[in-house]
Design a protein around this ligand. Structure first.
Ligand SMILES: [Fe+2]
Length: 250
């Protein structure tokens, strides 16, 4: 049986539908290309932003290191001290799972902890004997002076608490504010232990460096000076890691 041809107006309708579909496809493809271009622009902008922020962070770190080196240049005995303390502190924080806030900020605080010593006279800073009461008082002003020095620098705002509180003690007998326990900012508590470790294992004008084993013993017997959680985390760090940090900084 012969199939009947569709009427002319039906054919015209099909042709028009096909044309509409074709137009629609072309419009969709154009939109898709536009979206792809937009996504590529966004990716490029984000890459540029990451690059700028990386460069800014490197500049900050170099500036902080330069300041830290300027402080240490006064005293041959403290060479690389801030760098080692920063590395010990980062290791203790990593082992104990402590969240110290934004890492570079804490590193900045560790590197600049003694910046206030620029205001301490040489006669006091390098005195070989014991300090008298007035000299001790003068020396103990350095955390507050340090905080003042960096107060106006916006990017160092979180680092200020390490600078101000790095001589506080867990038992409340430290300075400048006599804070105790968890009232002491966490980063300053980590710093205190890292600082003591480096002091014990470094040469001083009045004594030779002690071994890591001796340092561990001294820190263990330090009474209430350090946060017990941080002390326990330090005990978990193997000797080879501490030695590696010492060699790296040297
Ligand atoms: Fe200090």
């Amino acid at each position: 049986m012969r199939r009947q041809a569709p009427p002319d107006d039906e054919c015209a309708e099909i042709v028009a539908l096909r044309a509409t579909l074709e137009r629609q496809r072309a419009e969709d493809a154009a939109k898709e290309r536009e979206l792809e271009r937009y996504a590529a622009d966004l990716r490029a902008a984000s890459r540029r932003e990451r690059q700028v922020s990386r460069e800014l962070r490197e500049t900050y770190t170099l500036t902080v290191r330069a300041l830290s080196n300027a402080v240490e240049a006064r005293d041959a005995y403290t060479a690389h001290h801030a760098e080692r303390v920063a590395a010990y502190g980062a290791e203790i924080a990593a082992v104990s799972g402590l969240v110290l806030g934004e890492e570079p900020q804490i590193e900045y605080g560790f590197l600049l902890h003694d910046i206030g010593k620029v205001a301490v006279p040489d006669a006091i800073l390098f005195k070989s004997g014991a300090l008298d009461d007035d000299e001790r008082e003068e020396m103990q002003r350095h955390p507050v002076i340090g905080e003042e020095i960096i107060r106006e620098i916006e990017f160092l705002a979180p680092a200020r608490q390490v600078v101000r509180h790095h001589h506080e003690r867990w038992d409340g007998t430290g300075y400048p504010d006599g804070l105790a326990g968890e009232a002491i900012p966490l980063a300053a508590r980590v710093f205190a232990l890292a600082d003591a470790l480096d002091a014990i294992t470094s040469d001083r004008p009045y004594r030779a460096a002690r071994t890591l084993a001796q340092a561990r013993e001294t820190l263990r017997d330090s009474g209430g000076q350090f946060d017990p959680r941080i002390l326990a985390a330090f005990e978990d760090i193997p000797d080879r890691v501490i030695d590696g940090i010492r060699r790296g900084a040297a």
